[in-house]
Ligand binder design. Sequence first.
Ligand SMILES: [Zn+2]
Length: 117
Amino acid sequence: MDDRGLQSPCRCAELPLPAAGYALARRVGVDETNGRFGEVTVQRCCACARLWLRYQLEYEGIPASGRYFFGRISDAEAATITPEAAIPYLERLEECLCGGSYFGTPGQIRQRPLPVG
Ligand SMILES: [Zn+2]
């Protein structure tokens, strides 16, 4: 019997999964802070059921500006967080996961403030 998935940490804790690895839990809205129009959602990992706050951003007309961030979030916070609170929330975390054309390759990020501008 293959039960490794239950004993080892889920891959979603290390790197962002392909989009199909998540189910949309809540559409939080659009963060218009500084005119950046970041799309904020709460995603649930299909493998371990963990909740992630996802922030996706792309500047129209700027090549390689697409980027997204994933940070762990509790059920309670996921239910109440607002689009404008998403970046401050992610910046308070020890680390978050990132990816998109801006970064080139997905990874973990500890940079503060987050590169959203
Ligand atoms: Zn997971």
